[in-house]
Design a protein around this ligand. Structure first.
Ligand SMILES: Nc1ncnc2c1ncn2[C@@H]1O[C@H](COP(=O)(O)OP(=O)(O)OP(=O)(O)O)[C@@H](O)[C@H]1O
Ligand SMILES: [Mg+2]
Length: 260
């Protein structure tokens, strides 16, 4: 069981940002993607989620989730299949409360899951009651104050608070595969530990995870299984934890000198 990217090249207009990317995220593993600013990490995350802004160079199948080809799926269809993206810069949605967004997306995703254990989610009354109970507990666990749940997603949350809310979404939606784009940026040290703990918890429950990060710091609390390095839109190295340490020490210069 895996999320598999096969020979992906993509960009905007005539600009090709990603080149020939092959990458596999196994169920229940923690994968990390590192790379210099502008190397294409967020573009990669967006393409995985099906952002129509980016065009593929070739229209061949490039993405499968547990063996199912989802290359031509819309973003909401990918979400229903169990794919989740936490944005580097989450957008505000004025007039929509955190709780409402979470409840609606939870119900939508659960309704499309036909496994017997999810049958209770088809009963709206039961799901709303259980959902709120769980939401309050989960929010508390990752340091999201209860009153945040009633607040509008209008962009007035602080940088770190937005990251915690992204993580809250991931925990609530229980995705099969989750991509966290710089979830550690701007977090205080306690929040960093909490977020790392939440990542490990998701992993334990079987979610395949891709964390995009610039820093080794979060990896001290959540040890990755695989580290990939993206430079100028290409995967130039893959390895274990040591690779992230090496980057912390020496940067990307040894790969940046390579051809475009
Ligand atoms: N609409 C666009 N028009 C032109 N160039 C774009 C557009 N969108 C993205 N790019 C370029 O694509 C490249 C990759 O951007 P991307 O945001 O994926 O980088 P990143 O690796 O996530 O960087 P960072 O670490 O700073 O978040 C950048 O050089 C960016 O300027
Ligand atoms: Mg980015």
């Amino acid at each position: 069981m895996s999320l598999k990217v096969n020979n992906l090249s993509a960009g905007i207009g005539n600009l090709c940002i990603l080149h020939d990317i092959d990458l596999k995220i196994e169920k229940g593993t923690l994968n990390v993607l590192m790379g210099p600013n502008g190397s294409g990490k967020s573009t990669f995350a967006s393409v995985l989620m099906g952002n129509p802004k980016y065009k593929r160079v070739e229209k061949k199948p490039y993405l499968s989730l547990n063996g199912k080809d989802i290359s031509n799926f819309e973003p909401h269809e990918r979400a229903k299949c169990g794919l989740f993206l936490a944005f580097q810069n989450p957008s505000g949605i004025p007039g929509v409360s955190v709780a409402n967004l979470l409840k609606t997306s939870y119900q939508t995703v659960q309704r499309s899951d036909n496994t017997p254990s999810k049958k209770s989610a088809h009963n709206p009354a039961l799901s709303v009651f259980k959902f709120h109970q769980e939401l309050v507990l989960t929010a508390e666990r990752i340091g999201v104050p209860r009153d945040f749940l009633g607040r509008s997603l209008d962009g007035d949350f602080s940088g770190g608070e937005k990251k915690k809310l992204e993580m809250l979404q991931a925990i609530v939606l229980k995705p099969k595969y989750a991509v966290f784009d710089e979830i550690d940026t701007g977090l205080d040290v306690d929040a960093l530990k909490t977020i790392a703990g939440a990542i490990l918890e998701l992993k334990k429950k079987g979610t395949g995870i891709l964390v995009v990060t610039h820093y080794h710091r979060i990896l001290e609390y959540a040890k990755p299984d695989v580290v990939h390095v993206l430079v100028k839109g290409r995967i130039v190295a893959s390895g274990g934890c040591k690779l992230a340490l090496e980057i912390e020490k020496n940067g990307y210069s040894k790969w940046s000198k390579s051809k475009n």
